[in-house]
Design a protein around this ligand. Structure first.
Ligand code: SPV
Ligand code: MG
Length: 298
C-alpha cells in the first residue's frame, strides 16, 4: 500500500492512533523503528534543528530537502507540517506537487498568515487567514494532487487566536466543504476543555487530529473516549535530543575526558546500523569488482 493510502486509512480509522515527530532522516528512522505508523514532520522541530525560528526562516525548498532525506530513510508515511502552505494558493499547490514527487503522504496547513509564528508564541496576537482565501488554498491543493489518497489536513487556529468555539466551528465546516480530509484542532490550554467542546459540536463530520503538547497531563484514555482519530506527539524527539546534547556537551566541556562519557552515548555500531552500513558492504561485494590489486595481494 502506498504511503498516502496508509496515512489516509490511519486518519480515517475510528481508533485513536498516534504519530510522532521527526526532523531529519535519522529521527524519522528512529520513529519508524519504535513502531509508529506515521511520522509528523514538524515545522518547529525542522526549523529548530536548522538553528532558525519557526517563522518560515527556512525556505520551503530547504524543508523539502529535509523531507527527501526523511522519506528516503523510511517506509512509514510522513505528514508534513506545511505551515501556511508557504504563500498563497499557488505556492501551496506547487508544494503538493513537490511533496508527491517525494512520496510524502500528506500535508497539514494552518489558517494563519505567511510568515507564520509558532502557535505557542503570542498566539492571540496572530492574524488568521480570511476563511475564503484559506478555502481556495485547500481546493487548489486537492485539485492538484495526483494520488487520490494524498491527505490535506486543515488546521484551525481559532482557539489559539482566542476566537472561541463558534469561530472554530465556522472555520472547520468551511474547510470541510472546501475538501479537507481532516481537521487539526489546536489548543494552547493546559487542559482539554476547548478540544472537548469542539469535538462534541463537530460530531464526526471529518476525522479530528490533535496535538496535546500543552495538555500533556490529560490521560490518553480521554482521547479515545472522545473519538479522536489521530494524536500527534509533535516535538518530543527534538526536545529529548536537545536535552541529551546539552548534557553531553557540558560534561565534556568540564571533564575534558571521554572515560565517563562512552557508557552514556549510543555505541558507534548503533549509528552504523541506523545508517544501514551493512547494505553498502554487501553491495561492494557485489558491484565493486575490478579494483587494481594491491602489491603483495593475490
Ligand atoms: C509543529 O510541530 O511545528 C506544530 C505543532 O506546528 S505546534 O508547535 O504545537 O504548533
Ligand atoms: Mg508547526
Amino acid at each position: 500500500m502506498n504511503k498516502s493510502t496508509q496515512l489516509k486509512r490511519l486518519i480515517q480509522s475510528p481508533t485513536t492512533d498516534y504519530i510522532m515527530e521527526a526532523h531529519n532522516g535519522l529521527s524519522a528512522k528512529i520513529v519508524e523503528e519504535a513502531g509508529f505508523k506515521g511520522i509528523w514532520a514538524s515545522g518547529l522541530s525542522i526549523s529548530a534543528s536548522m538553528g532558525v525560528r519557526d517563522n518560515n526562516e527556512a525556505s520551503w525548498t530547504q524543508v523539502l530537502d529535509v523531507l527527501e532525506f526523511m522519506s528516503d530513510a523510511t517506509k512509514t508515511p510522513i505528514l508534513l507540517d506545511g505551515d501556511t502552505g508557504y504563500g498563497n494558493f499557488n505556492n501551496a499547490r506547487r508544494l503538493v506537487k513537490k511533496l508527491e514527487q517525494r512520496q510524502i503522504a500528506g500535508v497539514c496547513i494552518e489558517d494563519k498568515q505567511f510568515p507564520k509564528t509558532n502557535s505557542f508564541i503570542k498566539g492571540e496576537a496572530q492574524l488568521l487567514a480570511p476563511i475564503d482565501e484559506f478555502c481556495g488554498k485547500i481546493k487548489a491543493m486537492k485539485d492538484t494532487q495526483q494520488d487520490e489518497d494524498f491527505v490535506v489536513v486543515a488546521r484551525v487556529e481559532a482557539f489559539i487566536a482566542g476566537l472561541g468555539l463558534d469561530e472554530m466551528l465556522r472555520r472547520a465546516e468551511a474547510y470541510r466543504q472546501a475538501g479537507a480530509d481532516a481537521i487539526l484542532a489546536h489548543s494552547k490550554r493546559s487542559d482539554i476543555t476547548e478540544i472537548e467542546s469542539f469535538v462534541k459540536e463537530w460530531s464526526g463530520r471529518l476525522p479530528i487530529i490533535i496535538v496535546p503538547t500543552k495538555y500533556y497531563m490529560t490521560p490518553t484514555n480521554r482521547f479515545h473516549e472522545l473519538g479522536i482519530n489521530l494524536v500527534i506527539w509533535a516535538n518530543h524527539n527534538l526536545r529529548a535530543s536537545v536535552n541529551a546534547m546539552q548534557n553531553i556537551s557540558r560534561k565534556l566541556y568540564t571533564q575534558q575526558s571521554l572515560s565517563q562519557i562512552e557508557k552514556n552515548v549510543s555505541p558507534l555500531e548503533e549509528i552504523f546500523r541506523l545508517q544501514n552500513a551493512q547494505e553498502l558492504e554487501s553491495a561492494e561485494e557485489k558491484y565493486l569488482t575490478g579494483l587494481p590489486f594491491e602489491e603483495g595481494s593475490e
